[in-house]
Design a protein around this ligand. Structure first.
Ligand code: AMP
Length: 114
């Protein structure tokens, strides 16, 4: 099976500015930032999207969320706040079929989202 863009980043076949990595997740800067700080945090396991996650992925997903908060704090976003976004499927604008959480911060964000 062909690798997704993000599997290629995990394998270091494509460059990325990695801000955090462990055995389970990797966090790197989005190539087209939508906020002063825009990070993607992804599981190393190729789960396509949250709708395809299985009960056995619970630990990975919990770890990903906790690390998202840790990365946000490390990058100075805790005080001002930040937004975590998972785009799931075409209506949400999902472009890469490898589960990823956007960490967006450094500016005020509107609600509802566009
Ligand atoms: P989504 O629309 O939720 O699937 O988000 C995909 C994100 O991946 C977008 O915000 C893109 O800007 C980002 N992206 C695409 N290619 C790369 C890349 N090579 N390195 C970093 N981010 C990327």
């Amino acid at each position: 099976m062909t690798k997704t863009l993000f599997e290629k980043i995990i394998a270091r076949e494509l460059p990325a500015t990695v801000v955090y990595e462990d055995d389970v997740v990797m966090a790197f800067r989005d190539i087209n930032p939508q906020a002063p700080t825009h990070i993607l945090i992804i599981p190393k396991k190729p789960i396509p999207r949250i709708a395809e996650a299985k009960p056995e992925d619970s630990q990975i997903l919990g770890h990903l969320m906790l690390k998202a908060a840790e990365v946000a704090e490390t990058l100075g976003l805790k005080k001002g706040g930040y937004r975590l976004v998972f785009n799931n499927g075409p209506d949400a604008g999902e472009a890469v079929p490898h589960l990823h959480c956007h960490i967006l911060g450094g500016r005020h964000m509107n609600w509802p989202p566009g």
